[in-house]
Write a protein that binds this ligand. Structure first.
Ligand code: FDA
Length: 543
């Protein structure tokens, strides 16, 4: 059954491919005769094509508008990409509905101006709001409706909503339903879901993308598609393959998951003098194999410096258990006694309060803070790795000196355990391939507040040194990486429309392993001219 349905889907896809190639040839000849246009032409086109009762003037920002800067910068989450030399969009469009997205895509293609889609603006390399080519930002900020269906445990959420808004409205309807997505409340649903999206429920329920039931997408031809009309290939691709390569995802239907009325959280901090290295080493054996109701991540930070002495590294074991502490304590005593967890370390609270706890708010804080969209930002550079073999103790010890270097004063390494539900989902079920056999994911982050390229170079060099040091201890062939922790160091596309498959495979297989090939196939069918492109978008096959 499975074989024949997959064959039918491939045959249908091939038919679609030949139809698209024909359309592609027509479109391409049209584009060749279209001379270079300016953003004024683009704006005129938008005015001409907008519906009379929906004038576009209210949703357009150009550099001559006084509110252009705030429209641009309110959702820049990394000041590395808000310098005077950062390329700026010619226009920011903030659509109020589907038709305005369709008009934007039509006029952008007609006038050969690139579109970058932004939902929450958290892209680590700023790809949703910076481009080396003339571009417009299609900002989803006005598209953030959320409707919760408690009876069926589902919700529709628009891409411009934040995770905080989603969690808030779920909690508003039910305290025993949740959703397995990320920790930071300001993250946009659009980028997060389309790149996978994980949070404290990943060992129990997998990724956000694993819990998507349907989606509404506008493709390069301006068609409004749902799961049925886009077909299973495209629906597969946007659940972990990064939305930016395939179209504009307007909204998502998600499956809400049960959470207990009371969960337990704790954070136990150990310094090197309290055996942090040994406990962390042991954590690698325990955390991915323990009861899937328990999620224990580790946050590593350094204190002191070579210059000032008093050096130490701290490992904070930051955890949520989907149950009461009466069950958690014996479980920890049996499986992870080295951590020495005691009742006083534990706090019971509702699942929604645990969201605030992980975001760093005090217990008892009003849930309204989840609706706050502002975020204090700095410059930062991040990278990711996957661990498939436990990192030996002496290799962990080799990391610690890097925390004491001058550039690392604001640096952090976060380890997230996998296992549980993550190991049960096959590598090819979605484009996100990091499943069975993964002990956990590492995220390296370094922040700075100094301005200028010298500061950026210095900190990025520090990050690259650490990444080089880690190479023998993490996954290889490929050295896996998480697309939602975007890293242009691992490779990027050529400027313009064409990049060879071979070149793109360098970074593509790191994010997607073998799924990269299927993503290329889907891209070739749905966007053969590579209109939706960025430095790490999936390239179509060229003929
Ligand atoms: P943004 O708007 O920048 O979009 C990211 C990418 O998706 C861009 O390429 C963009 O063009 C594309 N895109 C966005 N909306 C689209 C749409 N509607 N249709 C098509 N393409 C679209 N991750 C995680 O898994 N768990 C976590 O806990 C965290 N925590 C975290 C904290 C902080 C402070 C940051 C900065 C980031 C994270 N992340 C994370 C990473 C986060 O999941 C990742 O950056 C997401 O892509 C962000 O989605 P946004 O919509 O906010 O970004």
């Amino acid at each position: 059954m499975k074989l024949s349905s997959s064959f039918n889907s491939q045959a249908q896809t091939k038919m679609k491919l030949s139809n698209y190639l024909f359309v592609f040839a027509l479109l391409f000849s049209f584009l060749l005769v279209t001379s270079a246009h300016t953003h004024e032409d683009f704006l005129q086109c938008l005015t001409l094509h907008s519906e009379k009762d929906k004038p576009i003037s209210n949703i357009i920002y150009t550099p001559s508008n006084s509110s252009y800067s705030s429209a641009l910068n309110s959702y820049v989450r990394n000041t590395r990409f808000s310098t005077p030399s950062t390329p700026k969009p010619r226009v920011i469009v903030t659509p109020l509905g589907v038709s305005q997205i369709q008009e934007t895509l039509y006029c952008a293609q007609k006038h050969r101006i690139q579109v970058r889609v932004r939902s929450g603006g958290h892209d680590y390399e700023g790809l949703s709001f910076v481009s080396p080519e003339p571009f417009v930002i299609l900002d989803m900020i006005n598209l953030r409706n959320i409707s919760i269906d408690v009876e069926n445990n589902t919700a529709w959420v628009q891409s411009g909503a934040t995770l905080g808004e989603l969690y808030y409205w779920i909690a508003n309807k039910s305290r025993t339903l949740g959703f397995p997505a990320g920790v930071c409340q300001t993250i946009g649903v659009g980028g997060h879901f389309s790149g996978g999206g994980y949070g404290t429920l990943l060992r129990k329920y997998g990724l956000a993308a694993d819990n998507v039931l349907d989606a509404h997408l506008i493709d390069v031809k301006g068609r409004f598609l749902n799961r049925k009309s886009m077909g299973e290939d495209l629906f597969w691709a946007i659940r972990g393959g990064g939305g930016a390569s395939f179209g504009v995802i307007v909204s998502w239907k998600i499956k809400l998951v049960p959470v207990p009325a009371n969960v337990t959280v704790f954070t136990v901090r150990k310094g090197l003098e309290q055996n942090a290295t040994k406990i962390l080493h042991r954590w690698q054996y325990v955390a991915p194999n323990i009861d899937r109701d328990l999620f224990i991540r580790v946050i590593l930070t350094g204190s002191g410096s070579v210059q000032y002495g008093n050096r130490s590294v701290h490992a904070s074991f930051n955890s949520i258990y989907l149950g009461g502490k009466d069950k958690l304590l014996p479980l920890m005593q049996k499986s992870f006694p080295e951590l020495g967890l005691v009742s006083e370390d534990c706090t019971e609270m509702s699942w929604i309060q645990s969201i605030l706890y992980f975001t760093g708010f005090q217990n008892g804080q009003s849930l309204e803070v989840l609706l706050n969209r502002s975020l204090t930002v700095n410059s930062y550079k991040a990278k990711s790795d996957y661990v498939r073999q436990p990192i030996p103790e002496d290799a962990l010890e080799g990391i610690w000196p890097s925390f004491f270097e001058e550039e690392a004063q604001s640096s952090v390494i976060i380890l997230n355990p996998y296992g549980g539900r993550m190991s049960e989902i096959s590598e090819s079920a979605t484009p996100f391939p990091h499943r069975a056999g993964v002990i956990g994911k590492i995220q390296y982050l370094v922040y700075w507040s100094e301005e200028g390229t010298a500061a950026t170079k210095k900190h990025v060099r520090w990050m690259r040194r650490l990444y080089t040091y880690m190479a023998p201890y993490v996954s290889n062939s490929p050295r896996e990486a998480y697309i939602n922790y975007r890293d242009l160091d691992i490779g990027k596309n050529n400027k313009g429309r064409r990049t060879s498959l071979r070149q793109a495979s360098i970074w593509g297989t790191k994010y997607f392993k073998n799924n990269f090939k299927r993503l290329v196939f889907v891209k070739t069918v749905f966007d053969p001219t590579n209109f939706f492109r960025n430095e790490q978008s999936i390239p179509p096959l060229s003929f």
